[in-house]
Write a protein that binds this ligand. Structure first.
Ligand code: ADP
Ligand code: MG
Ligand code: MG
Length: 921
C-alpha cells in the first residue's frame, strides 16, 4: 500500500488534483487549492485505499494507520497552535467523506469534533461567545449520535423543541399554539440562548445514554476514531448504494476521509457560509452565482431550513440598499476575494466549479471545489462558450457534454398559450415540464410509479433518504430550500423538473395547503391539494400549475446547433432514425437523421380504417380471400410510403416487411369479433376457431418475420408493391428516393433467395406498369444467432445487414424481454450483468455476434452496408461499441438522434477514428 495519509496546509500539500482515485474528489480539490495559495483550513486525507483495506479487514483500520493519523493531528496542532483535547487552545475538526466521483450528501460528514464539557467552556472563553460554543457542541452531539452511535436524529427532536420553547419564553414569544415548523421559524437556532442550549446538551446526552447504554464519548480521540470509521461505513449505506447504482459508480472505489480544522461561519454577523458556482448551473450563463447565509454553519445552506441570500447584488439598480442581503452588499471585501478565487479556480480547472466557502469573522476560507453539476442545457452552453473563450478546444467541448443529458433539452416544455391555473411560484431549480399526481413520500412515489403512474414528489424539503422517490417521480416540488438545496442539486443531476423553495405551500399530514396571493402579494385564498391530485411543474420558471398543462416541443439553442456541427465534423458513424410515419420521419430529419434505418410497416396496420382489412386478410380461408383483403390495404400502405419518402427526400429509407405474429392483430374481445363477423359474413364461431388456431405457445419464436412470407407470399408481395409504387410516384414528382427493402428474422440463405425473387418479380411488374425504374436495395435484419453465423451466405443475397439487437439480445441470451422484468433486476444487482442488456449492449456476447456477422458478411460482399436498429442505437455506451466495430450507421428513435450524433462523435474521438473517411452510403 502507498502512503495512507496526505497532508495539506500552510501553502503546501502532499497530494494534488490528479489524485482523485486515491484522495477522492474532495481531498484532491483541497490539496490543489492549498497548492494554488487559496485559503483552505489545513487538514489531511486518509486515502481510499485505507477505506478498501478497512472493508477487507472486516471493518477495521489497518495496523499503523491510527499512529499515522495521530502524527498528522500533531502536525495540524503545531501549524495552528491549538490541540485536540485542549481546553485552553482547542482544536476542532471536521471528518468528511469524499469519493472519487461526487456523491452530494450521500455519505456522512461530522463537524465540530473534539468537544466535551470542559473543552466547550474553553472554546467559549476563547471565542468570547458561550452561545456559539454550546451551539457547536449540541450540533456535534446530535450529528455524532446519529451518524456514529446510530441514535437517529428524530429521537432528539422533542428535546430541541423544548429548548426552543424555553428560549421562546425568555424572548417573550407565545409558543403555545405553534407547531414544530412554525416554532423553528419563530425561534431559529441562532436565537437559542446559552441556558436553553446547556439544558439541551444535557438532555441529548441522557438520550444517548438511554439508547446506547453508554455515556457520550468525552475523549476527542475516541470521537475521532468513531467518526473516521463512520465515514468509511457510510460508503456502504443504503442511499449511497442507490446513488452509486444510478450513476454507475463501482463499489470498489471506496471513499476517502478528510480530517480538517474547523472554521466557523456561525461566529456572529460578520461570519457566514455559502455555496457558489462559477457559472449558472441551470442555464450555463457566464455569471458568478450562488447563495449564502450569515451566521450559519456549512450544512445550513444545503439543508434548506433557512432560505439563503444571493451572493451578488441583483443588479436591478434602484433596489433598497437596506434590503440587500447579498454577500456583495454585506461583506464587500470577502465577496471581492471570493470573486477572485472563483475566477482563478475556473481558469485553473478549465471547467465550471462548484465551491463551498465559509467566512469566519470576515476572513474567507474555501472548503471544497469540484466540477459543478449542471443541466443538459447548461452543459451545452458552457462547453460551447468555453471553447469560444479559448479555455478548451472544440474537441474537449464535444467530450464535455454527457450525451444522455442533452435528452432533456429535446423534451417538451409548457405551452405558453394553453389555458392554465397558476397555483404558486418557487425557484426554477431544474428545467423541464412535468405533470403528475401529487405524492408526499418517497416510498409512495416509488409505489405509484411502479404502477405506471406519473407522480410529482412534494416535500417540505428533501434529504438523501428521498433519493429513490426522486428517481421514481417525474418532478419534485419543495416548500423550502434554495437553488442549491438537496432537491435542486439532485434533480438537476437526474435531469428532472424541480421547483424548490415554494414558500406558498405548506406540507403536512398527507396534504399540501397552498396560499393564493393577489397581484399585490396579499393572500386571498387557500387551496388544499391532496395525494393523487394532478399538478404541473415548470422547472424552467419555477411555476406550479393545478391540473395537467399541455406542452410544446423543445426549441433548440444556438449553442446546441453549434455543438452539433462540431460533433458532426468529427463523427464517422452515420445516424439514422427509426420512424414509422411521415410525422416521425420529419421529427427525425429535424433532429439531424441521415435516413431511416427502420420503418416498421405493421404499425401502419393498427389504424382504425385498416385493422378491419388486416383481420380479414388473416382470417380469410385461402389465398383468394387473402388477396381480396390485401388489395384493400395496398392503397393505405402506398400512401404511407409516399409520405415517408417525401419527408426523407434524398436519404435512404429502410422499410421492414411484416414482422410480428399475425394473431397480434386479431380481435381482442367479443364486440370486435361480432363486428368482424358481420363485415366478413363469417359466423363468430368460425372466427373464434381461427383465432384459437393461430395462438402460439411462444410467439416470439413462432410464425413471424419472413416465415410469414414462406407460407403466405402474397403479404410481402402487396407490401413490396406498395413500396415500389410509392417510390415510382415520388420519383415521378422529381424527388429523389432511396428505398431499401428489409427482410426480418431470416436465418438461411434460402429464405432470402425466395423473398428476394418475390420482391424482384414485383419490382419488374411495377416498373413495367409505371414506365420507370428506381434503385431499390434488398437486405435483411440479423437478429438470430444463426444469421450472424451464416452471415457469409446471407450476404450473397443481401446488399445490407441491419443488426436487430433487440431480438438478437433475446435470442442470443434466450431471455424474453417481456418476461425479463422479474429477474433482470436481480441479475444486475448480483453483478451478473453490469447493466440491463436490453438497454446497453452485451458486448461480450451479442457484440461478438455482431462482429462475426460483420466479418463473414463483408468477406462475402465487400461493399455490404452494416447498421443497427435496436434500442441500443440510441445508447451512448453501445454506440461506442458500434464505432469500434466499424458499422456504417446506427438507427434510433427520433428524439435520440442528437444524443446518438454526439455519442458517435465522442466515440470517434475516443477510438481515434474521427479523421478517417466518413461512411459511404
Ligand atoms: P458533503 O460532501 O455532503 O458536501 P462536506 O464534507 O462537504 O459534505 O461537509 C458538509 C458541510 O460542512 C459543507 O457545507 C462544508 O462546507 C462544511 N464543512 C466541512 N468541513 C468544514 C470545516 N472544516 N469548517 C467549516 N465547515 C466545514
Ligand atoms: Mg460538500
Ligand atoms: Mg426483430
Amino acid at each position: 500500500m502507498r502512503k495512507s495519509i496526505y497532508f495539506f496546509g500552510g501553502g503546501q500539500a502532499d497530494g494534488d488534483a490528479q489524485q482523485k482515485e486515491l484522495l477522492g474528489g474532495k481531498g484532491a480539490g483541497l490539496a490543489e487549492m492549498t497548492r494554488l495559495g487559496i485559503p483552505v483550513p489545513p487538514g489531511f486525507t486518509v486515502t481510499t485505499e485505507v477505506c478498501n483495506a478497512y472493508y477487507a479487514a472486516g471493518r477495521a483500520l489497518p495496523a499503523g494507520v491510527e499512529d499515522e493519523i495521530k502524527a498528522s493531528i500533531g502536525r495540524l496542532e503545531s501549524l495552528l497552535g491549538a490541540r485536540l483535547g485542549s481546553a485552553e487552545a482547542p482544536l476542532l475538526v471536521s471528518v468528511r467523506s469524499g469519493a472519487r466521483a461526487s456523491m452530494p450528501g450521500m455519505m456522512d460528514t461530522i463537524l465540530n469534533l473534539g468537544l466535551n464539557d470542559e473543552i466547550a467552556r474553553g472554546l467559549a472563553r476563547r471565542t468570547g461567545s458561550e452561545r456559539f460554543a454550546l451551539d457547536a457542541y449540541r450540533r456535534f452531539i446530535l450529528a455524532y449520535a446519529d451518524i456514529v452511535l446510530g441514535v437517529p436524529r428524530d429521537r432528539f427532536e422533542e428535546a430541541l423543541g423544548r429548548a426552543r420553547k424555553q428560549a421562546a419564553a425568555r424572548l417573550g414569544v407565545d409558543a403555545t399554539r405553534l407547531n414544530a415548523a412554525e416554532l423553528e421559524r419563530k425561534v431559529p437556532d441562532s436565537l437559542l440562548d446559552p441556558e436553553s442550549l446547556a439544558a439541551l446538551i444535557q438532555r441529548q446526552k441522557d438520550i444517548v445514554l438511554g439508547a446506547t447504554g453508554r455515556p457520550f464519548p468525552d475523549d476527542p480521540y475516541a470521537q475521532l476514531w468513531g467518526a473516521i470509521r463512520a465515514v468509511f461505513d457510510s460508503w456502504k449505506n443504503h442511499r449511497a448504494e442507490v446513488y452509486r447504482k444510478m450513476h454507475d459508480i463501482p463499489e470498489a472505489w471506496g471513499t476517502a476521509c478528510n480530517v480538517q480544522a474547523m472554521v466557523f461561519g456561525n461566529l456572529g454577523d460578520d461570519s457566514g457560509t455559502g455555496v457558489a458556482f462559477t457559472r449558472d448551473p441551470s442555464t450555463g450563463e457566464r455569471r458568478f452565482y450562488g447563495e449564502w447565509l450569515p451566521n450559519a454553519q456549512g450544512e445550513d445552506v444545503v439543508a434548506g431550513v433557512r432560505t439563503p441570500h444571493p451572493l451578488s447584488r441583483s443588479g436591478s439598480g434602484g433596489a433598497n440598499e437596506e434590503d440587500d442581503c447579498s454577500l456583495e452588499a454585506k461583506m464587500p471585501e470577502a465577496y471581492a476575494e471570493l470573486v477572485e478565487v472563483q475566477g482563478k479556480l475556473e481558469q485553473h480547472f478549465r471547467d465550471m466549479q462548484d465551491l463551498e466557502f465559509t467566512i469566519q469573522q470576515k476572513k474567507l476560507f474555501l472548503l471544497q471545489c469540484r466540477t459543478g453539476k449542471r443541466t443538459g442545457r447548461a452543459a451545452v452552453r458552457i462547453a460551447v462558450e468555453m471553447a469560444k473563450e479559448g479555455l478548451i478546444s472544440e474537441r474537449e467541448a464535444i467530450l464535455r457534454v454527457d450525451p444522455g443529458s442533452i435528452d432533456q433539452l429535446l423534451h417538451p416544455s409548457i405551452d405558453g398559450s394553453a389555458p392554465k391555473r397558476l397555483l404558486a411560484r418557487g425557484l426554477p431549480a431544474s428545467p423541464g415540464a412535468a405533470t403528475g399526481q401529487v405524492v408526499f413520500s418517497a416510498d409512495e412515489a416509488e409505489r405509484r410509479a411502479g404502477q405506471g403512474k406519473a407522480v410529482i414528489l412534494v416535500r417540505s424539503e428533501t434529504s438523501p433518504e428521498d433519493i429513490h422517490g426522486m428517481k421514481a417521480a417525474r418532478g419534485i416540488l419543495t416548500a423550502r430550500g434554495g437553488m442549491t438545496s438537496h432537491a435542486a442539486v439532485v434533480a438537476r443531476g437526474m435531469g428532472k423538473s424541480c421547483v424548490a423553495g415554494c414558500s406558498a405551500i405548506s406540507v403536512s399530514q398527507g396534504q399540501m395547503a397552498v396560499t393564493i396571493y393577489d397581484d399585490h402579494g396579499h393572500p386571498t385564498d387557500t387551496i388544499t391539494v391532496k395525494a393523487g391530485d394532478v399538478i404541473t411543474l415548470d422547472g424552467g420558471t419555477g411555476t406550479v400549475y393545478l391540473g395537467a398543462v399541455p406542452t410544446v416541443p423543445a426549441a433548440l439553442s444556438g449553442e446546441f446547433e453549434e455543438l452539433m456541427v462540431w460533433a458532426d465534423a468529427v463523427r464517422r458513424l452515420r445516424v439514422r432514425s427509426n420512424a414509422d410515419t411521415p410525422h416521425d420521419a420529419r421529427t427525425a430529419r429535424n433532429f439531424g437523421a441521415e435516413g431511416i434505418g427502420l420503418c416498421r410497416t405493421e404499425h401502419m396496420f393498427f389504424d382504425e380504417e385498416r385493422i378491419q382489412a388486416v383481420r380479414e386478410m388473416i382470417l380469410a380461408d385461402g389465398e383468394a380471400g387473402r388477396r381480396r383483403a390485401l388489395a384493400k390495404l395496398l392503397p393505405f400502405q402506398r400512401s404511407d410510403f409516399v409520405g415517408v419518402f417525401r419527408e426523407m427526400a434524398g436519404l435512404p429509407v429502410t422499410i421492414r416487411l411484416l414482422d410480428p405474429p399475425l394473431h397480434e392483430f386479431l380481435p381482442q374481445d367479443e364486440a370486435q369479433l361480432q363486428q368482424l363477423s358481420r363485415a366478413m359474413g363469417v359466423p363468430v364461431k368460425e372466427l373464434q376457431r381461427k383465432n384459437e388456431e393461430l395462438a402460439e405457445y411462444n410467439p416470439m419464436l413462432g410464425h413471424r418475420g419472413c416465415r410469414l412470407a414462406i407460407t403466405s407470399p402474397e403479404i410481402y408481395e402487396m407490401q413490396a408493391r406498395a413500396i415500389l409504387e410509392a417510390a415510382c410516384e415520388v420519383a415521378a414528382a422529381g424527388i429523389e428516393v432511396e428505398p431499401e427493402i428489409m427482410i426480418p428474422l431470416s436465418m438461411t440463405r434460402r429464405e432470402l433467395a425466395i423473398t428476394r425473387a418475390l420482391v424482384e418479380g414485383v419490382a419488374e411488374k411495377v416498373f413495367a406498369e409505371k414506365g420507370r425504374r428506381v434503385d431499390v436495395r434488398f437486405g435483411t435484419m440479423i437478429e438470430l444467432p444463426r444469421a450472424a453465423i451464416v452471415a457469409g451466405e446471407l450476404a450473397e443475397e443481401a446488399e445490407f445487414f441491419s443488426f436487430g439487437t433487440n431480438d438478437l439480445t433475446q435470442t442470443a441470451l434466450g431471455i424474453s424481454r417481456d418476461d425479463a422484468g422479474r429477474f433482470l433486476g436481480a441479475y444486475v444487482e448480483a453483478g451478473i450483468f453490469t447493466k440491463d442488456p436490453f438497454q446497453s449492449l452485451d458486448v461480450a456476447g451479442v457484440g461478438a455476434l455482431v462482429e462475426m456477422g460483420r466479418d463473414r458478411g463483408r468477406a462475402a460482399r465487400p461493399g455490404l452496408t452494416l447498421g443497427i436498429c435496436g434500442e441500443h442505437g440510441g445508447d451512448p455506451s453501445s454506440i461506442a461499441f458500434f464505432e469500434r466495430a466499424g458499422l456504417d450507421y446506427v438507427s434510433c428513435s427520433p428524439f435520440r438522434v442528437p444524443v446518438a450524433r454526439l455519442a458517435a462523435a465522442q466515440a470517434a474521438l475516443a477510438a481515434g477514428s474521427s479523421r478517417g473517411p466518413r461512411a459511404t452510403d
